[in-house]
Write a protein that binds this ligand. Structure first.
Ligand SMILES: Nc1ncnc2c1ncn2[C@@H]1O[C@H](COP(=O)(O)OP(=O)(O)OP(=O)(O)O)[C@@H](O)[C@H]1O
Ligand SMILES: [Mg+2]
Length: 258
């Protein structure tokens, strides 16, 4: 069965795209068939897979949203990961997707579900990256998904941010997608050995004991340093004798939620 996983929280810059790209790549390196769907007009994830969203002739999620007759398969790019047969399929985003999103109305909530309908069976995992903020794009992703992973930057306001996304998800579960589950809350950018981090982490665990993922992601500068390398860090460090703590943590999350 295909597992469709959305990575989402309204707050920006908390590690959504880092989580989405590294988890998707970790599953692909395990041999799973993975499709990555970039729903963020910033196209960060698209770029981090080494794809220039502005390259000529590229068909993207913007085309799929505006042309109901375009088959999703025609937008998929296949990216080799390690030269040993592991690959990931990507439906890229594009800066123009922002305009498309702006023109959506409240009835346009099933577009992502429609797009994935014909191709979902070909994959073990579909991973969806979402833009920050409350949007019809995130709602589209929730309606198309089996589960949501919520990355949260470990800071004093973390629990407040979690309440906001949990409220939105509860509403979806009560209405448009009763099958949606929250697979976990994943603390990111955890600064080791600072009391602020320790306290904030404890607050998140206390507020959501059943959802708290113990494989939280430590602050790891390598994520930023390798952003232009065109592959997620878990791929760059795959089979490396010394892996960063960030790679180890994402591999653990991938095992847990595979
Ligand atoms: N564990 C980490 N340690 C250190 N830096 C990190 C970590 N995770 C992510 N980053 C860095 O933080 C920045 C924001 O991360 P990311 O792009 O994943 O967030 P985002 O939630 O997708 O942002 P946006 O809301 O803009 O889409 C990036 O520069 C990324 O490299
Ligand atoms: Mg992002």
């Amino acid at each position: 069965m295909t597992k469709i996983t959305t990575i989402s929280i309204q707050k920006g810059g908390v590690g959504k795209s880092t989580t989405a790209t590294n988890l998707a790549a970790a599953w692909a390196l395990m041999g799973d068939r993975v499709l990555f769907l970039d729903l963020d007009p910033q196209a960060d994830a698209t770029r981090r897979f080494g794809i220039n969203p502005r390259q000529e002739g590229l068909k993207t999620i913007a085309n799929l949203f505006t042309d109901g007759n375009l088959p999703a398969a025609e937008t998929i790019l296949r990216r080799e990961l390690n030269g040993e047969g592991a690959f990931i399929d990507i439906i890229p985003s594009h800066p123009d997707f922002k305009e498309v999103v702006r023109s959506l109305n409240a009835r346009n909530t099933g577009l992502v579900k429609d797009i994935l309908r014909d191709i979902a069976n070909e994959y073990d995992h579909i991973v969806i990256d979402t833009p920050p903020g409350d949007s019809l794009v995130a709602l589209n992703a929730y309606l198309a998904s089996d589960r949501v992973i919520i990355p949260v930057q470990v800071e004093p306001s973390a629990v407040e941010g979690l309440q906001e996304v949990m409220t939105a998800l509860t509403e979806v579960q009560r209405g448009l997608n009763p099958n949606l589950i929250v697979a976990g809350i994943l603390p990111t950018m955890v600064k080791r050995k600072t009391s602020l981090s320790t306290v904030s982490l404890a607050n998140i665990r206390e507020a959501y004991p059943d959802l708290f993922l113990e494989d939280w992601i430590p602050e790891t500068n390598r994520f930023g340093e390798t952003e232009l390398d065109g592959l997620p860090l878990v791929v760059i460090e795959h089979k490396k004798w010394r892996q960063s703590d960030g790679t180890k943590a994402y591999n653990k999350v991938a095992e847990r939620l595979r």
